[in-house]
Design a protein around this ligand. Structure first.
Ligand code: F6R
Length: 591
């Protein structure tokens, strides 16, 4: 969710902090702030983007110590008071925090009773003042941090600075925090991407650890105050620098990359009609009697498709929304195998599930786009999506990559030699959609952009696609949209259809095509404006968009790009910030 950067001893601290926050601002963009420490703490804060923050900082401003933050509001409105860094009541400490504190109200009450005052509505300021309170008794920052950590319940990645000290203090629990090691400087950030231009050596803090970083050293302790021996890991600079490459928005760039992402996955994993996966993992999947898929949002939608792939081959599966499963975990079967799906690899709900899976002693696989992410490091097996950094908050190419990777997995487990060739067809159809259909899609976008409710209908794979299409549209156009299984229409949702309601219907499966045509008649007779997206053999005169034929199990990889373009154009025509929709963040690191 929020992003953190910090530097100590770095000459170009201003550049690192601003560029770093820009790298992270897709994680949250309600407000941004920085604290420079040159003996004294100096704060700069802005509501909105990092560019706004940058415009208020003098260009020659540097700090021997600096910490910065980009915020996605959880406690308190997006205003200057709630913008990080926060300054303590006594004005000697400043802090940036990612995460949420469950018992902050209790602690705040205790501090208020002692005369400590607060200037924000945030849970973060409570931690800060708690540390300052302990410091007033202990006169030692590390001890004060440890005492505070024993008291706070919640998730946090924190950087803290103290007037007069050339140091950054760090604390971590269930929210990622890395230290990057440089030459005569050290860095801190909530993920590796801001630091990759400065170092490839990283120390990862574990949960309930805290420590101190200077320009030439670092020390990490566990919650009992015992010093931890932590060695660094070297990470490849695989994280490509974000660039629009001439596109107006990341979302359209990322949709247009789908074909190349599928091709990259083929070249990374396909080996003739087999796939280069850990044989041990494939054996475990083959031996399992049940596959449990866990994901959130778009990744959950990909898991529905993956579940179906395995079920069709005879392995029972269950796909769960991670935040639901976490509170009522179910392990169907005697030998389940767990597959997590997460573009970021940092989603808090999934990490919660991972802990349960681990406690129960089950092995797991993570499908992720983010090498070195928390889940990638922790799960027994990992399958990288190689989609390249996805900057737009709305996930597009990562979804296509997730479904493609799941297809490879099922192809390897069941020796399906036709999949590899079918994907060539998929790439061709995706390419033709990109070259020929955008004009038509934009026309539909123009007609539906001012509607209040839009429905997507489909059956089978097209139903899963409808769910994803509706999610994409609602998140960036703010239009209410729903994906409905064709057969469910009569069981309730048809009550919502009235004159002029747009209904977008996917017909790509010959088994359900006739039933879908029946659904179209039902909604038309209630006045709906119907837009059919069909494949050539199943098309009828009047269909809005017709694509070449392909094996219908590939719908989620192919036709998803039509749904993504449509959402993009609607958002664009409405004048919204396509890449950074309101209230959302790229990496959802709070539950
Ligand atoms: C929608 C979207 C979200 C994410 C969800 C899970 O476009 O991007 O629904 O899919 O927040 O995120 P990851 O895949 O990072 O676990």
């Amino acid at each position: 969710m929020c992003g953190i950067v910090g530097s100590v001893g770095l000459k170009e601290s201003h550049k690192y902090i601003i560029d770093g926050l820009k790298t992270l601002d897709y994680r949250g963009y309600d407000s941004a702030g920085v604290a420079f420490l040159n003996k004294k703490i100096e704060l700069f804060k802005a509501v909105g983007t990092v560019d706004k923050l940058s415009s208020i900082i003098p260009s020659d401003k540097e700090g021997f110590v600096a910490i910065g933050h980009t915020r996605w509001a959880t406690h308190g409105k997006a205003n200057l008071y709630n913008c990080h860094p926060h300054l303590s009541c006594g004005k000697k400490f400043a802090l940036v925090h990612n995460g949420t504190i469950e018992n902050y109200q209790e602690i705040q009450k205790k501090l208020l009773d002692k005369g400590i005052t607060f200037t924000s509505d945030t849970d973060s300021e409570v931690i800060l003042n708690l540390i300052e309170f302990y410091y007033s008794q202990e006169h030692d920052v590390l001890t004060s941090i440890r005492l505070a950590m024993k008291e706070i319940i919640g998730t946090y990645a924190i950087c803290l600075i103290h007037e007069g000290e050339d140091k950054i203090y760090v604390m971590k629990n269930a929210s990622p925090l890395l230290i990057g090691l440089g030459d005569k400087y050290n860095l801190v950030a909530s993920d590796g991407s801001p630091m990759i231009e400065y170092t490839d050596k990283f120390i990862e803090l574990d949960d309930k650890e805290y420590g101190v970083v200077t320009s030439s050293s670092y020390e990490i302790f566990n919650i009992d105050g015992e010093k931890q021996n932590k060695s660094f890991v070297v990470k490849e600079a695989e994280l490509v620098k974000h660039s629009l490459n001439g596109y107006d928005h990341y979302m359209i760039k990322e949709i247009e990359e789908i074909e190349s992402v599928v091709k990259r996955l083929i070249s990374e994993y396909a080996d003739g009609s087999h796939y280069k996966f850990d044989p041990e993992m494939i054996k475990k999947i083959r031996e399992s009697d049940h596959i449990i898929f866990l994901g959130c949002g778009t990744s959950y939608h990909a898991s529905l498709v993956g579940g179906r792939y395995f079920e069709e081959m005879g392995i029972p599966t269950a796909s769960y929304i991670a935040s639901e499963w976490a509170f009522h975990p179910m392990f169907p079967g005697k030998k389940p195998f767990v597959i997590f799906i997460s573009q970021s690899g940092e989603t808090a709900d999934l990490i919660h599930c991972y802990k349960i899976v681990k406690e129960r002693g089950y092995e797991s696989l993570i499908l992720t786009n983010t090498k070195g992410s928390t889940l990638e490091r922790r799960c027994t097996y990992s399958l990288l999506l190689h989609a390249g950094v996805e900057v737009s908050v709305a996930s597009t190419k990562a979804y296509a990559a997730q479904v493609t990777a799941l297809l490879f997995l099922v192809a390897e487990v069941f020796n399906l030699d036709y999949v590899r060739k079918d994907l060539d067809i998929a790439c061709e159809v995706i390419s033709n959609i990109r070259k020929e259909l955008k004009g038509k899609i934009k026309e539909i976008a123009n007609i539906i952009k001012d509607k209040n409710d839009i429905f997507y209908l489909g059956r089978g794979y097209d139903y899963y696609l409808s769910l994803e299409a509706a999610l994409k549209l609602k998140e960036i156009s703010y239009i209410h949209s729903e994906g409905i299984a064709g057969g469910e229409l009569k069981h309730g949702p048809i009550a919502l259809i009235e004159s002029g309601t747009p209904v977008i219907v996917f017909i790509t499966d010959h088994i359900t095509a006739a039933s879908m045509r029946g659904n179209i008649e039902e909604v038309k007779s209630r006045g709906a404006d119907v837009y059919v997206i069909s494949t050539s053999k199943l098309s009828k005169p009047g269909d809005a968009i017709v694509v070449e034929d392909y094996p219908s199990y590939l719908s989620s990889i192919i036709v998803s790009s039509i749904a993504f373009y449509l959402a993009y154009f609607v958002s664009l025509l409405k004048g919204y910030n396509v890449d950074k929709p309101r209230n959302l963040a790229k990496s959802v690191t709070v539950e």
